[in-house]
Design a protein around this ligand. Structure first.
Ligand SMILES: [Zn+2]
Length: 226
């Protein structure tokens, strides 16, 4: 090679190196996008149970559909429904801690009150199901960053949500709940959907088969927190 071509060679080598670098970055990013499409996941989460009718209806539907979910329970509502709580675990779902009392003023009165509420709920779950709960959801969507740290220091993973079915509005019928679930989930690859299985939420159970089939049709896999 003639000497005069050497700068040109260096230039093209540098250009090639840059292109490889750029290419590597692009290929590192591309699978992330396509995987997000392939691995769309939805976590159905039910708060405020157990209740006699709604929780059992929800469990029937989940069993029929072969879907696993997560239940954040209120332990003061367990008495007389121990079998329902055991059924949740027996059928492969996850039980998380929501609260003992679900009374805002008491839970958030102090750090000690919060931790006491969580501990009491967790003890009930463990006594009845034999499973020690590892997931926690703040009642009323509350919880400061500091309270979250407090819970995580106790070994809990704190679970929020990024989509709702809208069932806190008890005037909404099943069809509206399905619509709201899809609308609030948008195009997210990972959806954590907030639903309720307390006694007043019959419309949620009624909407559940359509919610499951709508997300299934959009390519979502159903997961419980593990
Ligand atoms: Zn709640």
């Amino acid at each position: 090679m003639q000497k005069k071509y050497i700068p040109l060679l260096i230039f093209f080598t540098a250009l090639l190196a840059f292109a490889v670098h750029l290419g590597a970055r692009l290929t590192a990013e591309v699978p992330a996008f396509s995987l997000a499409d392939e691995e769309k996941r939805i976590y159905l989460t039910f708060d405020d149970g157990p209740s006699t009718v709604v929780t059992n209806r929800v469990l029937d539907i989940l069993r029929e559909e072969g879907v696993q979910a997560t239940f954040f329970i209120v332990s003061d509502r367990v008495a007389g429904r121990e079998e329902t709580l055991r059924r949740i675990v027996r059928e492969g779902h996850t039980v998380g801690v929501h609260s003992k009392t679900h009374r805002y003023g008491e839970i958030y009165a102090s750090d000690e009150a919060l931790l006491g509420d969580v501990r009491a709920c967790a003890e009930t779950v463990e006594q009845i199901t034999g499973a020690k709960p590892r997931f926690y959801r703040f009642p009323y969507g509350g919880g400061t960053a500091r309270q979250r740290d407090l819970l995580e220091a106790q070994g809990y993973t704190v679970i929020g949500w990024n989509a709702v079915c809208g069932d806190t509005d008890l005037s909404l019928g099943a069809e509206a709940l399905v619509k709201e679930s899809l609308k609030t989930a948008g195009t997210r690859g990972n959806v954590v959907l907030l639903l309720h299985d307390g006694a007043p939420h019959k419309a949620t159970a009624e909407a559940l088969p359509a919610i499951i089939s709508a997300f299934r049709a959009r390519g979502y896999a159903f997961c419980a927190f593990r």
